[in-house]
Design a protein around this ligand. Structure first.
Ligand code: C5P
Length: 221
């Protein structure tokens, strides 16, 4: 555990993914997109026809599923041998992910899978509970937020760019519903770690956020 970790937590659409990827690249560190793990599980659960209300059954899939992140130009997510990368971004998968992410047994089953990403020279970990639960000893923790309107707008543009047929009002509704569930759940709720620095990205560019975080890093290590 002397491998350094930079945790970047926050609600959907705050810019964590973009910022984390850029920082990992700049530092030459590994990158963990923990949301993709929950989404991959959501996909596997739906694929296997597992009852979403059955916590034990969902947790079994979480332990069984063979998950691989393959890094070529971009990261591909492979579940049980199938490349599911392009299916994970949909609101439908996001909704299922957020539902099953509330199950303590599911979170427990995914804990070691996530910690395995901590390899030299370092890790940038993007999620909801990276700083609070998965890597509580991380030397540098960021909680990235933005206003709900701004987050919905970014998500809208992102999905549209992927060629998906999207509706802004529906996205705002989904986003608020998902945030509420992530915040109010008993197990690993979405809250800043006590030792996290909170950055509001509503009025910042991606580069400004990256620079702010990188500026804090040397002191933290
Ligand atoms: O970040 P992303 O939108 O891909 O995450 C999908 C869902 O997975 C979130 O809404 C959240 O419920 C869940 N999640 C989580 N803990 C994480 C990452 C994601 O509960 N560390």
């Amino acid at each position: 555990t002397d491998v350094p970790v930079l945790t970047i937590d926050g609600p959907s659409g705050a810019g964590k993914g973009t910022v984390s990827r850029l920082i990992a690249k700049r530092l030459g560190w590994h990158f963990l997109d923990s949301g993709a793990i929950y989404r991959a599980l959501a996909w596997a659960v739906r694929r296997r026809g597992v009852d979403l209300d059955d916590e034990d059954a969902v947790a079994r899939v979480a332990s069984d599923m063979k998950l691989e992140f393959v890094c070529n130009d971009a990261v591909r997510v492979i579940v049980d041998g199938e490349d599911v990368t392009d299916r994970l971004a949909t609101e439908d998968v996001g909704r299922i992910a957020s539902k099953i992410a509330a199950y303590p047994k599911v979170r427990q089953a995914l804990l070691e899978k996530q910690r395995a990403f901590r390899r030299p020279p370092g890790l940038v970990a993007d999620g909801r509970d990276m700083g609070t639960v998965v890597f509580p000893d991380a030397p540098c923790k960021v909680f990235l937020t933005a206003s709900a309107e701004e987050r919905a707008r970014r998500r809208f543009l992102q999905l549209k760019a992927q060629g998906l047929d999207v509706n802004l009002d529906q996205i705002i509704k989904d986003l608020e519903e998902r945030d509420r569930r992530d915040r109010e759940r008993k197990e690993s709720p979405l809250v800043p770690a006590g030792d996290a620095v909170v950055i509001d990205s509503s009025n910042l560019t991606v580069d400004e956020v990256v620079e702010r975080i990188l500026a804090r890093l040397p002191q933290a290590l």
